[in-house]
Write a protein that binds this ligand. Sequence first.
Ligand code: ADP
Length: 228
Amino acid sequence: MIQFQNVSASYPDGTVALKNISFSIKPGVNVAVLGESGSGKSTLFQLLAGLIKPVEGVISLNNERLHYKKKDLHYWRTQFGFVLQNPDMQLFAPSVEEDVMYGLLQQGQTPEEARVKAREALNACGVDHLRHKPPHTLSAGEKKRAAIAGAAAMNPDIFVMDEPEAGLDPVNTSRLTALIHNFHQQNKTVICATHNIDFAYEWADEWLILNEGKLLVYGNSKHFFEKD
Ligand code: ADP
């Protein structure tokens, strides 16, 4: 369970990006994070990644509080799979396969083990046939899926994705939805920032809605968006 208790965050220039935010996300729950540009979504994700420290409040996972010593942060981050808004920021190896293997090798797995797991993840994301290509030659949708494969290969309990559907065509968006359902069946938690209500509607159990750094809604609010 991920818990934010009275969390506030601000930037060095004094901007208060999140104000007294509290919520709990139970394991296996899919959460859509919505809010206008500037409402605090990226700040929330940076807090989850331990990239910034709250000025107030407590962030915890399974009742273990997030500490900011290097070793603690390292362990904390192993429990998350992050998919950044721009996949170019996380695809850097000479080939897609090597990219997905990278994190596994860092964990100390043998190249043989890493290759098997990478192939499984690439397959699940529908990009195994692209494994020998340099990541920069992939289309936007393929890059997104390769980045998701990289996160999935590490088998994290929680996926945090920043607008994963941005720039995807309808076919790739429904593949992504299928993939999220697939994670859900494995009791993984999926947290996605998105601007696309129709996309979120397909998979979200809970809605976390931010407005000007305040938590407007956290809960099962599908009915808000029900048409008629
Ligand atoms: P969102 O992801 O929803 O667009 P952000 O979390 O990026 O929102 O931003 C929340 C607020 O914090 C905004 O007012 C934004 O201008 C401000 N902000 C974001 N990053 C910084 C930064 N590095 N320095 C100062 N202010 C920032």
